[in-house]
Design a protein around this ligand. Sequence first.
Ligand code: ADE
Ligand code: ZN
Length: 354
Amino acid sequence: MSSSAATSVSPPLSSTMQAFIAAMPKTELHLHIEGTLEPELLFALAQRNQVALPYSSVEALRAAYAFSDLQSFLDLYYAGANVLRTEQDFFDMTAAYIERARADNVRHAEIFFDPQTHTERGIDIGIVFAGIARALRAAREQHGFSSAMIMSFLRHLSEEEAFATLEAALPLRSHYADLWHGIGLDSAERGNPPEKFERVFARCKELGFHLVAHAGEEGPPAYILGALDVLKVERIDHGVRSEEDPQLMQRLIQQQMPLTVCPLSNLKLCVVDEMAQHNLARLLRAGLAVTVNSDDPAYFGGYMNDNYLAVAGALALTRDELLQLARNGINASFLPADDKTRLSNELEQFAATQ
Ligand code: ADE
Ligand code: ZN
């Protein structure tokens, strides 16, 4: 990511700014549910399911979370998911995430899940859907926490395998019509361009799903163009490398194409060397529809508020800019218009009392 910023130490964030961020109503649009598996729960599930782990303790596992790039993270992330075996496991993981999100005043979350990570290990796709959905429905009923599920294809696998996953999932669609609204594309970006999934995304579009794809995290701006023009997505996940292509930047501004940016993820995966070099503020100030999200919070050291706190401090964001990020999140969500209006009103009321 290009930046002229020299190494800098950001001033500590005032306690009033911290309180502002904590209380602001927020949306989460880029969250991999398998990336919320905290080491403590991972160990508990390993014990429950009698899965051997190559780590002697929670601390030893956490200490292994030092990544040099996306692939070094994905290797641990897929290994960690091996403890998920039963519907109850998927429920427990999702319920734990919701609790963390609610504590951060997240009102609405759109959640990625990767069925192929589990079906490859012999887990029935129905178990994956059922456990996640049970937790999301309980949160809606008990707390008014709204959500959507985004089924993601693993881009290091073939398009044929993505089609097979879609075929396996479609019979479940009517049962999860209240939640399953989107299709995504994740995993190793470099060497797996969007064009590889043109046909399966076209089919998903015909089926009426919302479409999103990871692009421009590690991959070049051409992958963002491919996601837009070939996959026909309505949001770009990450997209931080768009800054390398001024024409693309103009297009993203003009179309108000949302980017679901994940600051702590970018730091932990060495997309940026320091948070002060992150381009979130430049993108926001240039007029892009950027949002703040947590990606894989159990692995990257922070949930929603930690991400906001990190960028607010390192990039000296103003209250108005923080509010704009939250507004962008509401606008970029898949929520129906009525719900968007309700959440926007809540945000503006919050702003007015500050
Ligand atoms: N899967 C989980 N987290 C991811 C990320 N940051 N990029 C691509 N694939 C992912
Ligand atoms: Zn992601």
